[in-house]
Design a binder for this molecule. Structure first.
Ligand code: RUB
Length: 356
């Protein structure tokens, strides 16, 4: 069963989960089949799938795969769910998705079909969320264009928060897709997003596919462009937003927010409500930051002159590297949080009211 045309994941006729293996993009669109909870866990860990929303969806379907595997043994299913829950630490959507699956398991008499239904429900719910985020974000774009009397709109984004990251149209990219639908002349500055280059590889691939004008820039270019008046708005996604409005997103997001503040450029975070962590009072001090292998900094992958994908080392042998996956942008630098429930101010009072 294909869940949608433009999705990063779907169930096949055998009931296995198929995902676009994002490690091979933009050079190859390869599908990876996940048949077990362990497969789902590995795919999240090795970043075959990534992006907070899609990590959550794969986790939910991973619990369904566990239910299929261990049908009569709720304890084994729950253990597999907890393993998936700890596959990556920062994106709160992962914990949210697994916790909802655990609740379903506890009250279910038919875990396989109930888990499948819940995973599909969660994923379909993300589609509705991203559509709403797209509409609300595009309204902001139109407002800024009216105030500044612009004919063309330049947005800077960091990492990938498109349909590869959250079904169906992304968080940060959803307003851009909607702006294109409304006939707005939009151009996107795409941060390459070292070390894994999610911007250069994934966001650029998505935008090219959609026919949206874009320019890939090295990560340190944004400040200059903002000084030169070439950025009208910054939008990124988020992996976890605390009750006080501090937002964790891909490493480098914080520096873009600082440059935006210094240059009077509105800096927005786009996120579905399940990316809020209502238990986390202070994002800067309390959000766990994932540290990944230093090999991701030492090595780069790309097409060689003969068209073959190759991995090469770019740093001196023997040098140490640090690879922090995320940073936290303090609430004071954020103009607003674009959610499916409207634009929320990044503070405890406004965010607290969203709590379900
Ligand atoms: C992904 C990343 C994305 C957010 C977007 O990091 O930082 O900007 O996950 O969130 P990684 P959403 O590539 O390390 O997973 O999924 O809500 O669009």
């Amino acid at each position: 069963m294909m869940l949608g045309t433009y999705r990063a994941l779907w169930l096949n006729d055998e009931g296995d989960l198929e995902v676009i293996d994002q490690r091979y993009l933009p050079f190859e669109k390869r599908i990876r089949v996940l048949k077990s909870a362990n497969d789902a866990c590995e795919a999240i860990k090795d970043m075959s799938v990534r992006g907070a929303g899609v990590i959550g969806n794969v986790a939910a379907f991973g619990v369904y795969l566990a239910a299929r595997e261990f049908a009569d043994d709720k304890q084994k299913i729950e253990q597999a769910a907890l393993d998936i829950r700890s596959a990556r630490p920062t994106a709160v959507n992962l914990m949210w998705a697994v916790d909802n699956m655990l609740e379903v398991i506890q009250r279910s008499d038919d875990v396989v079909s109930d888990c499948k239904a819940e995973a599909i429900r969660q994923t379909d719910e993300d589609v509705r969320r991203t559509q709403a985020i797209g509409n609300i974000g595009a309204d902001i774009i139109e407002d800024i264009m009216t105030v500044k009397k612009l004919n063309q709109f330049h947005i800077l984004t960091h990492c990938n928060a498109g349909w590869l990251a959250i079904v169906d149209s992304g968080s940060a990219l959803a307003p851009i897709y909607e702006a294109q639908k409304r006939g707005i002349d939009v151009h996107v500055w795409v941060d390459e997003t070292r070390p894994r280059n999610q911007g250069a590889r994934l966001t650029a691939w998505e935008l090219q596919d959609a026919g949206i004008q874009h320019t890939i820039i090295p990560d340190n270019t944004g400040g200059l462009l903002m000084q030169q008046g070439k950025v009208d708005m910054v939008i990124t996604g988020a992996d976890r937003v605390a009750l006080n409005g501090d937002a964790a997103n891909k490493i480098g997001t914080y520096l873009k927010a600082l440059a935006a503040k210094d240059n009077g450029v509105p800096f927005y975070i786009a996120l579905p409500i399940n990316t809020f962590d209502f238990e986390c009072a202070n994002g800067v001090s309390d959000i766990e930051i994932e540290q990944r292998s230093q090999d991701e900094v030492h090595d780069m992958q790309g097409l060689n002159a003969t068209g073959v994908v190759e991995q090469v080392r770019i740093t001196p042998l023997g040098s140490q590297a640090a690879n922090y996956g995320f940073d936290v942008t303090p609430a004071r630098l954020i103009a607003g949080l674009i959610t499916e429930k409207g634009v929320i101010q990044p503070n405890k009072d406004a965010i607290g009211q969203l709590q379900w």
